[in-house]
Design a protein around this ligand. Structure first.
Ligand code: ADP
Ligand code: MG
Length: 253
């Protein structure tokens, strides 16, 4: 079972859109995928039609109050399972912080997961204890990036965190890749930052580029992945391409 954290401490860079649509894309190739919504804002949960369930969410699993299997929902497309978030999750950080094993809660919870090929974790927009929990539980981190002026600065900070987590908490953690999201070819700055990424991270940068596409932004309000809402739009095609490239990187199993 591969565990992939979709992380970037910046908000609005396409983490949730990527987690949901990469998950759907992997499911379409026959994989069984668990999507863990680790953001208290619960965008991945509502975007898949699960309105904040305050009684059973990943929050309760992190605190050891419920087993993982008690909070899983089968969502669409068939083969996709969701561990939903709830607003309580915002408090989980404070609640687990005093505990000695505060970085290990999600890892322990996911040890119970079985029957999945992939677990994708949609991280909150912060380098907080929830994101650290994701990085400790994961084998890989996928970093969606908007190609704009401050993107590279944030990236350095995130990569330093990944390095620290690898050194102290999780030697198995690798950067799976950097993904250019909301890309607009006509925007010169976008192109320049995109090229900069190609120069600095030739082996980490995904060739697949996610274009700015309104259908991707509309899909969550229908409670569906874009890949289901409009399978032939440019955004869905890009995420299908991403799923393919992602699997190629994994190599034959
Ligand atoms: P994050 O999880 O990093 O905060 P989101 O995935 O929620 O980012 O994206 C932020 C906003 O941008 C959302 O409203 C989302 O629907 C929209 N969005 C994401 N990716 C795209 C895209 N490629 N084209 C157009 N809108 C997008
Ligand atoms: Mg998000």
């Amino acid at each position: 079972m591969r565990i992939v954290a979709v992380a970037n401490q910046k908000g609005g860079v396409g983490k949730t859109t990527t987690a949901v649509n990469l998950a759907a894309g992997l499911v379409q190739t026959g994989k069984r995928v668990l999507l863990v919504d680790l953001d208290p804002q619960a965008n991945a949960s509502t975007g898949l039609g699960q309105v904040g369930n305050t009684a059973s969410s990943i929050y309760h699993v992190l605190l050891g109050e419920l087993p993982l299997c008690a909070v899983l929902h089968a969502v669409s497309p068939a083969g996709l399972f969701l561990a939903p978030s709830s607003p309580d999750l915002a408090g989980a950080e404070v609640e687990i912080y005093p505990r000695a094993d505060r970085e290990q809660h999600l890892k322990r919870a996911l040890a119970e997961a079985s029957g999945f090929d992939y677990v994708l974790i949609d991280c909150p927009p912060a380098l907080n204890m929830l994101t650290i929990n994701a990085l400790v539980a994961a084998n890989r981190v996928l970093i969606p990036m908007q190609c704009e002026y401050y993107a590279l600065e944030g990236l350095t900070q995130l990569l330093n965190t990944v390095r620290r987590v690898r050194a102290q908490l999780n030697p198995h953690l690798e950067v799976d890749g950097l993904l250019r999201t909301m890309f607009d070819n006509r925007n010169r700055l976008s192109s320049e930052v995109g090229q900069e990424l190609e120069r600095h991270f030739p082996d980490k940068l995904y060739q697949t580029v996610i274009p700015r596409n309104i259908r991707l932004a509309e899909a969550p309000s229908f409670g569906r992945a874009a890949l289901e809402y409009d399978p032939s739009c440019a955004g869905s095609l890009a995420y299908q391409g991403l799923a393919k490239e992602f699997l190629q990187r994994e190599g034959p199993k």
